[in-house]
Write a protein of this length. Structure first.
Ligand SMILES: [Zn+2]
Length: 137
């Protein structure tokens, strides 16, 4: 009889959904502040911030000469995905779970989802590199 493989997981690749869930679980364990994004305080402060007159356009698009209230892509074409027709509050300084940085509005900027994606990807790469440097997983 064949010996069972000496691994935690049963043989066979986990499904994409399982991998996604596991990734999220690890992420949430490593970044407990993620839950702040689901808090009533964040929802209120975020809405408040985005309703201010100076926060009506994506800062990055604006710097490139485009007034984008969240309805456009950075190239000026119309945003086709209705779920992405809004502005996102971006932290300009990585807060690393420091509440005084997280809640400091002077460190927030409104950006469009496309610009937020590129920021998030850059931060993700920095995070992964940092974890590797620390020797963590
Ligand atoms: Zn933008």
């Amino acid at each position: 009889m064949a010996k069972k493989p000496n691994s935690f997981r049963p043989r066979g690749m986990p499904t994409a959904a399982e991998r996604e869930r596991e990734y999220d679980r690890q992420r949430n364990a490593q970044r407990p502040w993620r839950k702040w994004y689901f808090s009533r305080r964040w929802k209120n402060e975020r809405l408040n911030f985005l309703s201010e007159p100076e926060n009506q356009f994506c800062r990055r698009c604006q710097a490139a000469g485009l007034l984008n209230p969240g309805t456009m892509r950075p190239d000026g074409s119309l945003q086709r995905d209705p779920r992405r027709m809004h502005l996102v509050v971006h932290h300009t300084v990585r807060h690393h779970g420091d509440p005084s940085l997280f809640w400091d509005r002077s460190l927030w900027e409104p950006i469009c989802p496309d610009h937020h994606d590129s920021e998030a990807q850059a931060e993700e790469r920095a995070f992964v590199a940092e974890m590797a440097r620390r020797g963590g997983g």
